[in-house]
Structure formats: structure tokens, C-alpha cells
Design a protein around this ligand. Sequence first.
Ligand code: FES
Length: 77
Amino acid sequence: MYICLCNALCDQSIGRAIDSGVDEPEGVYAALGCAPVCGRCKPMIGDMIRERSEGNDLIGRGAPGSVGLEAAPAPAE
Ligand code: FES
């Protein structure tokens, strides 16, 4: 599921970034090689960080064995 439409970031990529140790949305963007654009996804990313820190992982951690912290490719213009 896409969380950040501006950067084409899905819950699995964001989850892996959080698992790598970031603890704020800005760190997630940096880990995925992008930056916030509109910022509408920040609250959701903040919720994901909080949920994982509390052990309530409600959205995708990614499939076991999945790899990469990379963002999905940007859509062609
Ligand atoms: S939806 Fe993430 S920066 Fe716009």
C-alpha cells in the first residue's frame, strides 16, 4: 500500500526503513533517498514508527526475505 504518493513509498519500504533504526519521519525519507514534498504522509509515517516501537505493527513489515530500502521508481512524466 502506498503511504507517500509524492515519493511512491509503500508501507513495506517504510517499514524496513523503520526497522533499520530511524525514529522520525525525516529519517525514513532520508533512509529511502528522498525528502518530503507535500508532507501529508508524515502523520502516517509517524504512526507507523510509534506502532512499531509499541510492538503494534499494524501495517506491512514486508515479506520475509524481501530486500532493499529503495523507493519505488518515480513515475514517468
Ligand atoms: S505524500 Fe508523502 S510527501 Fe506528499
